[in-house]
Design a protein around this ligand. Sequence first.
Ligand SMILES: N[C@@H](CCC(=O)N[C@@H](CS)C(=O)NCC(=O)O)C(=O)O
Length: 309
Amino acid sequence: MSPFCSFWMLLSLCLRRIAAWQHLPSLDLLPGSSSPSHFRRAPVALLRARAAAMTTQSAAHQTERADVVLYTARSSFPAFNGWKLTILLEELSIPYKISLLDLDKREHKQEWFLAINPNGRIPAIVDYTATPPVSVFESGAIMLYLAEKYQRFIGDPSHPTQRWDVIQWLFFQCSGVGPIQGQAHAFLRYVPERLPYAIERFQGETRRLYEVVNERLGKCTYIAGDHYCIADMALYPWLEYHQWAGVSVADLPHLQRWLEEVRQRPAVERARKLSMEGKDIDTLLAKAADIQKVVEGSTLDKTDKTKTY
Ligand SMILES: N[C@@H](CCC(=O)N[C@@H](CS)C(=O)NCC(=O)O)C(=O)O
């Protein structure tokens, strides 16, 4: 091996050591290295991401070391997809930090964050315990990643169906309750035009999904069976804030019983405080008109008008 190559190997090793020690993404210097992740293509972006994480609020399990950095939102509107993840991280009790992106200022559309989540949405995580660090986006995928990694809240892997019960109810939330209730929020609270058809359509479908949940919870303690799991955590923020969608749960007793049970978990309570920072439903409802103005002005996804399709 040439002295030049040895020098680069040594330097690369030192940098990796420092990176692992500080939980920085390691920079691969050796040409032709087999490191597969996109971190190699965006190291500067990720260093900036880390810098952002360090200047923001830390979570209950704040330590000098953060195994995981969660990118979630500081916004005038409730960001339930990020809240799902603070619940899971609190339940797992692992050292993590929260980096709050200001959605009203469209920080989630900046280049450095798009290197982590090309979809430009929160939440996303970077797992610094992995070598090289791993980034994951999409709340459901992040939940599965963490649950599988720590082998918790995912059901007994040796059971023939438990894991799939969890996964199917998690998908039910991620592809059903989340997007549909999200549209109910949008048309009821954020969109400047009043479109009764859209409001009724999404409220009606949200209510139908709630009835499916109620029916299921009449048969088992938690959504995927008798064990509390990531699907419960994913559903909780949405069902807890049903009033934000203008949908009632007054006649859904099993859903209410479950809400009460999940709400009382200490990790859920800590996560609610971290994620919703004083945005209780009464405050939200009282401020709905102001929130609408902010969202209208800044955060709704806008098409680039200069492009032609
Ligand atoms: N399917 C995505 C949805 C993520 C999402 O919509 N996040 C919202 C906050 S809850 C967001 O980033 N909104 C900003 C925007 O629309 O520009 C997931 O589950 O992670």
